[in-house]
Design a protein around this ligand. Sequence first.
Ligand code: 3PG
Length: 307
Amino acid sequence: MTKILVATEKPFAAAAVEGIKKTVTDAGYELVLLEKYTDPNDLIKAIADVDALIIRSDKATKAVIEAGKNLKIIVRAGAGFDNIDLAAATAKGIVAMNTPGQNSNAVAELALGMMVYMARGCYKGISGSELKNKKLGIHAYGFVGKIVAHIAKGFGMQVYAFDPFIEKSVIEKDGVKVVSSVEELYSTCQYISLHIPANDKTKKSINFDLLSKMPKGATLVNTARKEVINEESLQKMFIERPDFKYISDIAPDCHADLASKYEGKYYATPKKQGAETSEANVNAGIAAATQIVNFLKNGDKTFQVNK
Ligand code: 3PG
C-alpha cells in the first residue's frame, strides 16, 4: 500500500493530524506518523519504505532523501524550503513542494504581537510607545508581508515595502508605499519586518551597513530565518546604537550574549513560534496531504520548488 510519512520533530496540532489522516486514508493510502523525534536516524529509518513525506522545519538532508528508496515526493508544510536538499531531491527525480500562504496569517500575527511586546517594554510596567503613526518597512512582500501590512494599517502605522520581484502597482493597491531600494526602506522606517527567504543570496545579507541606516528608535523584527542576519553586524549594532531593538522568532547563535547584555531591547522566542497555531497547522498540513494525493493520483506538480 502507498505510504505517506508525516515526520514532525515539532508536531502538528491534533486537529491537523486528524485532517491529514482523513485526506490520506480517503485516497486509499496509509499514514505513518513520526512525531517528536530527536535523532535524525529515526527519520532515516522511517523513510525507508514510504512513497511520500510531509515535514515542517525537519531537515530533509541528502542522507534522508537517499534513504527513501520508494520516495517520490516531499512536501514542506509551510513556506520556507531551505530545510530540503533540493539538489539531492532533483538528482533522485523526487518532487519537492511547499504550501505557500497556508500558515502566513499566524506568522504575521506573531510579527505584530512581538512588536507590541517590545514597544511596551516587554510588559514590565514601564511607559512604552505606540505603533500608531510609526513607519513600518516590509522587507519582501509575499504572503506574510502582505498580511503584516494589512494588520499594521489597522494599528495606524505608515506602511512601506521593498520587493524587487513584485510589481509596484500590485503593492500600491494595498495602500502601501513602495520604495526603490532596500537601503531606502531601512533609512525610512523605524520598524523593519523581515520576510525574505534564506538562500545563497540572502544569507547574512542583513548587515551593519543596512541596519545602521535605520532611524533613531529602530526595531528589527525577524519572523523569517536567523540565517539572513549577519550576527557580527547585529552585535555591532547593539554596541553602537543604544536605541536599537531586535525581536526574533528563533534565537540567533549569539543569543546568550545578547540576552545577557540587552534586556528590554532584545527578545527571541525559545522555539520557532510563527506557524505554531492550530489553524496554521490544519491549513498547511491538509494542503500538504492534498498536494501529495493530487500528485500521486494525477501527476499534479503545482507548488513544485525544484523545477
Ligand atoms: C515556514 O517556513 O513555513 C515557517 O517558518 C514555519 O515553520 P514551522 O512549520 O517549522 O513552524
